[in-house]
Design a protein around this ligand. Structure first.
Ligand code: ATP
Length: 487
């Protein structure tokens, strides 16, 4: 004798998981309800089974008949995929989208200010590309410890993985087109690197610095990044890495030069904000660096890392009491180990910047960790001259897109092409030497960018104003007041 149908319900669970409990609860209704009620129950049940079956079959199809590539939110592949998806027609017609303000391409004027970007969100999005059917999935998932993260994947109906790889390569090329002539900046979120922005490459010539020093540093970096050098290092068992420290007062061009070096060698720049890290995160982030990149460790003095001789004379282990809450997080010994390259990939160029090299522990700036120590001084006559040329260079003025967009152009009477050297000399003669940073001088010149004559005429007033401001805002730990800065 055949078992009654109700006894076979659990079998359904095998094919359509989760359906059995629903069926068990409606089964008495199906068998005992009057005919119209029974009909309604059967219709509802059929709809339910249809929904379950389609979802189940969809999953089966995806598992056995499609190929999928998942991309991690923390990897640049995620940005490649998302930026490509945004440019596709199916993204514009998606019924559910995630809207984000694209601050990078924001321009002035209400029409272009804070433009919105839409990417398909929270679901599966089917689209055809090059005569193939693909599915893009994008949603937020809940991970451990209540963390949420965005997840994205791309699938296609077929089992040949090269199809998806070709598509991702297309995304990669699209992304490279977007970041062409830009320096990609990576910052850390928890223990992961994440591309945060891309900045237009800053040409080396736009940073005013002693020419010999600049050339020496460029040659040094170029030699280091040469593939033959890497082989040279590895045959001798030396870790292939190089470090520079840029030191000098604020506003002398240290960060600008670090960015222009990255741009010059077409490298990405990884910016570390030490006060937000702890020992474990610092180590993890260093192990996750790519092979060739610039690592920028700004204001390395600000964390108050300084070894002192302890009573037991174990210089290597003792660290001064932390001066700020942030200093508790990264210990000097960990920072030193990390800079030695333990566990980090080869080929990284480390640039540390500081306003207070005199406060740094000698171990932090010894060769091997800081191979070149470059001073960025306050402006001397040569630097003042160069800045003046840089601001009023007629060639830059004529080619500068932004300038013409803003309607900024040189006054006819002040065409300075041939008079520039004389005007620069005049300006340099009026500015006190080694008292102002390039940033301060630039700020004055930019305020008079249409008129070098006004800039020269206004020097005395400007000097007086800056001096008064310094008196007013002087702090006991200012670099201008001496060496006891409280660190
Ligand atoms: N030597 C320079 N050449 C060209 N521009 C400079 C120079 N120094 C400063 N500037 C300009 O001044 C601004 C500040 O420069 P930057 O941030 O590079 O200085 P910094 O030395 O890193 O300062 P801080 O020590 O405060 O971080 C930038 O806009 C930069 O363009």
């Amino acid at each position: 004798m055949k078992p009654p149908l109700s006894e076979q319900i659990p079998l359904l669970d095998f094919f359509l998981p989760g359906l059995a409990p629903v069926l068990s609860s409606v089964w008495p209704l199906l068998t005992s309800a009057p005919s119209i009620g029974r009909l309604l129950c059967i219709c509802g049940l059929l709809l339910l089974i249809g929904k379950y079956a389609s979802e189940y079959l969809g999953k089966l199809l995806e598992t056995y008949f499609t190929s999928t590539i998942e991309v991690s939110y923390y990897n640049e592949a995620y940005d490649m995929l998302i930026s490509w998806v945004r440019s596709q027609p199916f993204a514009r017609s998606a019924h559910t989208s995630l809207a984000t303000v694209d601050l990078k391409s924001s321009k002035s004027g209400n029409a272009n200010k804070k433009p919105l970007h839409y990417s398909p969100w929270n679901g599966r999005f089917y689209f055809r590309h090059k005569h193939r059917l693909f599915v893009f999935k994008h949603h937020r998932s809940h991970g451990a410890f209540g963390h949420t993260r965005e997840e994205a994947s791309i699938s296609y109906f077929g089992r040949n993985p090269s199809v998806l790889r070709e598509l991702l390569d297309e995304c990669r090329l699209h992304y490279l087109g977007l970041v062409k002539n830009k320096t990609c900046v990576f910052e850390h979120q928890a223990e992961e690197w994440k591309p945060s922005k891309s900045r237009s490459k800053r040409d080396i010539s736009t940073v005013v610095l002693n020419k010999e020093l600049k050339n020496m540093l460029l040659d040094d970096a170029s030699e280091f990044l040469n593939p033959a050098t890497q082989t040279w290092y590895s045959t001798r068992g030396i870790h292939h890495q190089r470090g520079y420290i840029f030191y000098g007062p604020p506003g002398t061009g240290k960060s600008s030069f670090a960015f222009s070096i990255a741009g010059h060698f077409d490298l990405d720049i990884y910016v570390l904000n030490i006060p937000t890290l702890n020992n474990h995160t610092l180590k993890t982030l260093f192990t996750e660096l790519p092979r060739h990149c610039v690592v920028l460790l700004e204001d390395v003095d600000a964390v108050g890392l300084k070894r002192t001789v302890s009573s037991n004379k174990d210089v290597g282990q003792s660290i001064s009491p932390p001066q700020t809450p942030a200093a508790k997080t990264v210990s000097l010994s960990t920072l030193l180990n990390v800079l030695d390259g333990i566990g980090s990939p080869e080929g990284r160029l480390l640039i540390m910047t500081t306003n207070h090299i005199e406060n740094l522990d000698p171990a932090l700036i010894r060769p091997g960790r800081a191979d070149q120590k470059i001073e960025f001084p306050l402006a001397d006559e040569d630097i003042i001259n160069q800045i003046f040329f840089f601001i009023y260079d007629p060639q830059l003025t004529n080619t500068g897109g932004d300038e013409s967009e803003n309607g900024v152009h040189q006054n006819e009477e002040e065409k300075v092409d041939c008079k520039l050297p004389k005007l620069a000399q005049e300006f340099a003669a009026k500015v006190p030497k080694l008292e102002f940073s390039p940033a301060e001088i630039m700020s004055h010149l930019l305020a008079n960018k249409r008129s070098p004559l006004n800039a020269i005429a206004g020097v005395d007033t400007w000097v007086k104003k800056i001096r008064e401001e310094r008196m007013k805002f002087a702090r006991t730990n200012s670099w201008t007041l001496g060496d006891n800065d409280g660190l």
